[in-house]
Design a protein around this ligand. Structure first.
Ligand code: SF4
Length: 171
């Protein structure tokens, strides 16, 4: 089912460096679609179990020439649960970043994480998003509904919203 080719540089356990570690604490990198099944297999999980426990749906807006939004799979944020959409502020530490190491480094970390720090791979973010175009239905199946991006909200706005919810007796 998955037909996108991985460049030769994208091998499991390709590299480690300070830039990568910094990125792990800012936002997880995105997978290419063909990485999901092998990773689930390596972790002895079904794809659905992998998604429910460890992944979230992120998105890329305004992909040229005419795609408003493309949904992609990413490791979940440490602060979020798996099997869900990314929040309005889709940043934060990757849940697989543990003691300065990547827990899936040898099992098959996301293509974007493997590409980081390789300057010859330009435009990786839109390229990885484009690879997900044929798999939007698969993401909806895993999520159990059509994915829907959240309005972007920086951390201060999220904090304010959560405070308001608490004050009015919400969750
Ligand atoms: S998957 Fe690994 S390399 Fe990628 S952001 Fe998470 S901890 Fe870092």
């Amino acid at each position: 089912m998955i037909e996108v080719e991985l460049p030769a540089v994208l091998q499991a356990g390709a590299c480690t460096c300070a830039e990568c570690k910094d990125a792990c604490m800012r936002k997880p990198g995105w997978f290419l679609p063909q990485q999901i099944e092998p990773l689930a297999e390596a972790m002895r999980l079904t794809v659905q179990e992998l998604f429910n426990r460890h992944l979230q749906v992120d998105w890329f807006e305004n992909l040229p020439p005419d795609h408003d939004v493309v949904y992609v799979l990413s490791p979940r944020l440490l602060s979020e649960r798996g099997g869900a959409m990314f929040p309005g502020d889709p940043t934060g530490e990757c849940a697989w970043y543990n003691g300065g190491r990547c827990a899936v480094h040898k099992l098959g970390k996301p293509a974007e994480c493997q590409m980081l720090g390789h300057p010859f791979i330009k435009g990786r973010h839109p390229a990885v998003a484009r690879a997900w175009l044929p798999f939007q239905g698969w993401i909806a199946e895993l999520l159990g509904r059509q994915p829907e991006m959240s309005e972007y909200k920086p951390p201060r706005a999220l904090f304010r919203d959560s405070l308001v919810r608490r004050l009015i007796g919400g969750t």
